[in-house]
Design a protein around this ligand. Structure first.
Ligand code: CTP
Ligand code: MG
Length: 183
């Protein structure tokens, strides 16, 4: 039992290390967000916004920059490289992919008639994981395969652990008055 718990903790630490650039991109987009929306305020054919006011250039750029900066720092911390190593491309794709996944989700939320900020359970919590994985898989397949495909338990851990972490950070963001909703 103790051994099981120890290995679970090990997986969570490794998963968090590998996903850190993606994990940071999301909340820093909230901090930097505001100003011109990525859809420029335009509507889709259904008369609803393409993405909505919740997806802005400042959020996208600020979030990508912060996530990538974290990854570039992680690349220097060689003493922790037993947890996993990065490439410059993987760092940018984790961070940018996370926010791209979040934007694609907003596109579908608007098509389904969800207002900006409405909760879309599970999708809101895993959109950025999907985005980060698809983009690293497409642009740095060797890195993705070495770190995730080779250790599927890390992927399982990410999928199970991320919704908890996401929930927690959003509740914190809500009480710090950074976010309008606690999700
Ligand atoms: N944000 C941003 N640009 C992004 C992502 C997020 O400016 N690319 C900011 C916005 O201020 C947004 C907040 O972060 O309101 C919270 O992000 P999120 O929950 O992803 O957006 P929602 O406002 O909930 O919109 P949606 O319903 O489209 O998910
Ligand atoms: Mg939201």
């Amino acid at each position: 039992m103790l051994e099981f718990i120890a290995s679970m903790i090990g997986f969570v630490i490794k998963a968090s290390w590998l996903m850190l650039p993606a994990y940071l991109a999301n909340p820093t987009a909230v901090v930097f967000g505001g100003g011109t929306p990525v859809d420029m305020g335009r509507n889709w054919y259904d008369g609803r916004r393409i993405l909505g006011d919740g997806k802005t250039f400042r959020g996208l750029l600020g979030g990508t920059a912060c996530g990538a900066a974290a990854g570039l720092i992680q690349m220097q911390v060689t003493s922790l490289h037993y947890l996993g190593t990065f490439t410059v491309l993987s760092v940018f794709m984790l961070s940018f992919g996370a926010l791209l996944g979040d934007m694609i989700k907003s596109f579908f939320k608007r098509r389904l008639g969800y207002e900006r900020g409405a909760e879309f359970p599970l999708v809101d919590q895993l959109d950025f994981v999907a985005g980060a994985w698809v983009m690293t898989y497409l642009f740095d397949p060797k890195w993705f395969s070495d770190n995730f495909l080779e250790s599927p338990w890390i992927m399982v851990t990410v999928v199970l652990f991320t919704p908890l972490l996401h929930r927690l950070t959003n509740i914190i963001g809500y009480y710090l008055k950074l976010k309008k909703e606690p999700w």
